[in-house]
Write a protein that binds this ligand. Structure first.
Ligand SMILES: Nc1ncnc2c1ncn2[C@@H]1O[C@H](COP(=O)(O)OP(=O)(O)O)[C@@H](O)[C@H]1O
Ligand SMILES: CC(C)(COP(=O)(O)O)[C@@H](O)C(=O)NCCC(=O)O
Ligand SMILES: [K+]
Length: 255
């Protein structure tokens, strides 16, 4: 009953093969590819994998990328299924004005985060941070209602937009420091503090709204770059999206 989970962001496709579609299932294999090279998945990463019995993915990179991935999936006898955010699912209530317009990766991360919160004891509010091409900072209250969240540029987009919008900012990346005294450090510190500042601000909104400290869960390829500078208790969970896909699949097709 192996299960293939796929997360397609705007920079990379991440995949993971689990022994079964159940939270906590054994991880059999996993990998990631920049979107430029996803047409090699069948011939390379997936060539020697045991055929998965089912698959569930989330994609925010558009129809053309989704179709390219579905072509790679044709090597197996699988029906590709892609998450569409619902009004509520797996204990999470979608508070977006138009629930289906929420990014599928954000919805899946919220469901994964809710699973982590409930597996640790009494329900608590959660701050769900995804540091990828863009950065999202989403707020779940104690009852599992998604209250709303921030979208801001990821580090790469911030630097590229500064480079393209100015004459003098094409410099190597620098260090994060309280008082940057060169262009490289100023850019790297500015980008990092913009991201951590947004996270800390949403953390304050959620704490004031719920009257208790939220659990802060962070994921995404650039999470490790930001985490050391975040002035709040938090946990980096690289598998958060996969955990959400496992929860959804286990509820849709309970074994
Ligand atoms: N191997 C890598 N090489 C360069 N950048 C990486 C790598 N892995 C992660 N990153 C960083 O993480 C970001 C992509 O993270 P990811 O979570 O895959 O984004 P998305 O979900 O938007 O595709 C990139 O913008 C980059 O900052
Ligand atoms: C905000 C995002 C671009 C983040 O995508 P990523 O950085 O993971 O590539 C994605 O969640 C998205 O396309 N959202 C749709 C708009 C919304 O969530 O309001
Ligand atoms: K992502």
């Amino acid at each position: 009953m192996s299960f293939l989970a796929i997360d397609i962001g705007n920079t990379r496709l991440k995949w993971a093969l689990y022994a079964s579609p159940q939270p906590g299932a054994t991880l059999l294999a996993h990998g990631a590819r920049f979107l430029e090279t996803i047409d090699e998945l069948a011939e390379q990463d997936w060539k020697n994998l045991p055929p998965p019995a089912s698959m569930l993915g989330c994609v925010v990179a558009g129809e053309a990328v989704r179709r390219r991935v579905e072509e790679q999936l044709e090597m197996w006898d699988l029906t590709p299924r892609w998450v569409v955010p619902q009004a509520s699912e797996a204990g999470v209530i979608n508070g977006y004005d138009h629930p289906m317009r929420l990014g599928a990766d954000r919805w899946v991360a919220l469901i994964g985060a809710r699973g982590h919160v409930l597996s640790r004891g009494p329900a608590r509010p959660a701050l769900v941070v995804m540091v990828g091409t863009a950065v999202t900072v989403d707020a779940l209250d104690r009852d599992g209602t998604f209250l709303g969240g921030l979208i801001l540029p990821g580090h790469g987009i911030m630097l590229r937009s500064l480079e393209s919008g100015t004459a003098g900012l094409r410099v190597p990346t620098g260090e994060v420091t309280p008082f940057p005294s060169n262009t490289s450090d100023a850019l790297t510190s500015g980008g990092t503090y913009a991201i951590t500042g947004a996270i800390e601000r949403m953390g304050r909104h959620l704490r004031e709204r719920c009257g208790e400290e939220p659990v802060a869960l962070m994921t995404g390829g650039a999470g490790w770059k930001v985490a050391p500078w975040l002035d709040m208790q938090h946990e980096l969970i690289e598998s958060l999206i996969f955990d959400g896909l496992l929860h959804i699949q286990s509820q849709r097709w309970p074994v």
